[in-house]
Design a protein around this ligand. Structure first.
Ligand SMILES: Nc1ncnc2c1ncn2[C@@H]1O[C@H](COP(=O)(O)OP(=O)(O)OP(=O)(O)O)[C@@H](O)[C@H]1O
Ligand SMILES: [Mg+2]
Length: 410
């Protein structure tokens, strides 16, 4: 039977379910797409269970319809301001004098035994690097000689109640959550190159309700954050500033918006019909850009502040990789680069195969990233060896094990 991978991106503005078929060359062909407007979700968190469940069910149904696949389980994106991340170190003694996969698992288990408050749920434990007998910077410890193994892990938790609400909304659509994946980690799967990860960079996914960040250094995730600001704030500012209904402000933003006032021609006008006006009114496009610029600049200032607070701001020579729906705003790359003081490029899913017409936008980086994540998980069977292997016995290749640990489930 064909191998199928399914991802559901539950965003603030849209729910996107994708069904992918894994091809012989291990690429993914997208065979099902369900994109529906979100309901009951604010700033990445569920605020109305029934409405959110309905939006998710609509999206799943549509993806089932286009693919002919019955969806029973999926990877689901997670991003809300209640996500927290912390780095932790796990230490174990290596009993046989040579590090094996069992030692690595024990070290990771030790790293995750940090005190996690009862109201939080563990989402990811990601290994960032190993230390063998005091020598740090070890990337693949299995097979190395040593007596003491330490692992640096990045641990991501979220408020348990909030995670449970999402799990329940997805369950109402008849789908079990195979794993939650933090939004920016999913997006990173499609927008980062190996060089970006190795050199050091920050992924910034600006959606409707949240700005999701993940810092990569030396090939691994070192820090993750979710800020509760996004494109919806820009729309609200426009609605207030020009006295328009939200839906109209959203349209105008997409049609005439620009992130840099000085780059818009003085003579450019468009027509709107504000509240309380009988006649249409001409608006200078610079006025619109002025409103947008102020808010977008604020989003990047907050982002910069968070990166500085993480202490990794000096380690990002590859700069910022910008994605998410809001990154489609003209001028945003330049403004980001000015505020952040680093190189910035915008990115979206590329080289897609299958039903891809609607996915050619940075808004779908997370959705497509979930499929990539599922693919690298399924490649390893998802079952870590729980017992010590007998000498000479090996049922997983080392690369697969290494990859598996990178995505280790809690
Ligand atoms: N061309 C455009 N110009 C400006 N903004 C745009 C454009 N296209 C989309 N957007 C904005 O992108 C946002 C939606 O992005 P996206 O689909 O990534 O969000 P989401 O995943 O639903 O939300 P979140 O990740 O924050 O929960 C909206 O605020 C929308 O106005
Ligand atoms: Mg999103």
């Amino acid at each position: 039977m064909d191998e199928i991978v399914v991802g559901i991106d539950v965003g603030t503005t849209k729910v996107c379910t994708l069904v992918g078929r894994v091809e012989e060359d291990n690429s993914i062909r997208i065979i099902g797409v369900g994109i529906e407007p979100s309901e009951g979700i604010k700033k990445g968190a569920i605020v109305d269970l029934g409405a959110a469940a309905q939006a998710i069910a609509n999206s799943v149904e549509r993806a089932e319809h286009t693919s002919g696949v019955e969806i029973t389980s999926a990877l689901v994106s997670l991003a809300s301001a209640n996500v927290a991340s912390v780095n932790s170190r796990g230490k174990v003694g290596v009993s046989g004098g040579i590090v094996d996969d069992y030692d690595v698992i024990r070290a990771l288990e030790d790293a995750r035994t940090i005190a996690i408050p009862g109201d939080r749920e563990l989402i990811h434990v990601i290994q960032r690097g190993f230390v063998v007998d005091g020598q740090d910077g070890v990337r693949a410890p299995i097979g190395m000689h040593g007596y003491r193994l330490e692992v640096e892990a990045h641990i991501i938790t979220a408020l348990a109640a909030s995670v449970e609400n999402l799990r329940q909304s997805v369950a109402s659509a008849g789908v079990e959550v195979a794993q939650f994946v933090l939004n920016p980690l999913a997006s990173a799967e499609v927008v980062l190159t190996e060089t970006d990860r190795q050199m050091g960079c920050v992924v910034c996914d600006i959606g409707g309700g949240t700005t999701d960040l993940a810092i990569y250094v030396d090939g691994d995730v070192w820090h993750t954050m979710v800020l509760a600001v996004g494109g919806n704030h820009v729309t609200t500012d426009i609605a207030h500033g020009l006295r328009l209904p939200i839906a109209q402000a959203e349209e105008i933003k997409k049609q005439y918006g620009h992130a840099i006032r000085a780059e818009v021609g003085l003579e450019e006008y468009f027509t709107i019909r504000p509240f309380g006006e009988d006649e249409p009114v001409q608006i200078n496009r610079q006025e619109l850009a002025h409103i947008i610029e102020a808010r977008v600049e604020e989003i990047f200032s907050l982002t910069l502040q968070e990166i500085k607070r993480s202490g990794y701001d000096g380690l990002l020579p590859a700069g910022m990789i910008l994605t998410g729906g809001t990154s489609a705003l003209p001028g945003i790359r330049k403004l980001a680069s000015k505020v952040m003081g680093m190189p910035v490029r915008t990115a979206k899913p590329e080289n897609l195969v299958g039903l891809v017409d609607r996915l050619d936008s940075p808004a779908y980086s997370t959705s497509v990233g979930l499929l990539h994540w599922a693919l690298s998980m399924s490649a390893q069977d998802l079952a870590p060896p729980r017992r010590r292997r007998m000498k000479g016995e090996s049922n997983m290749n080392l690369d697969a094990i290494k990859n598996f640990f990178k995505r280790l489930l809690p």
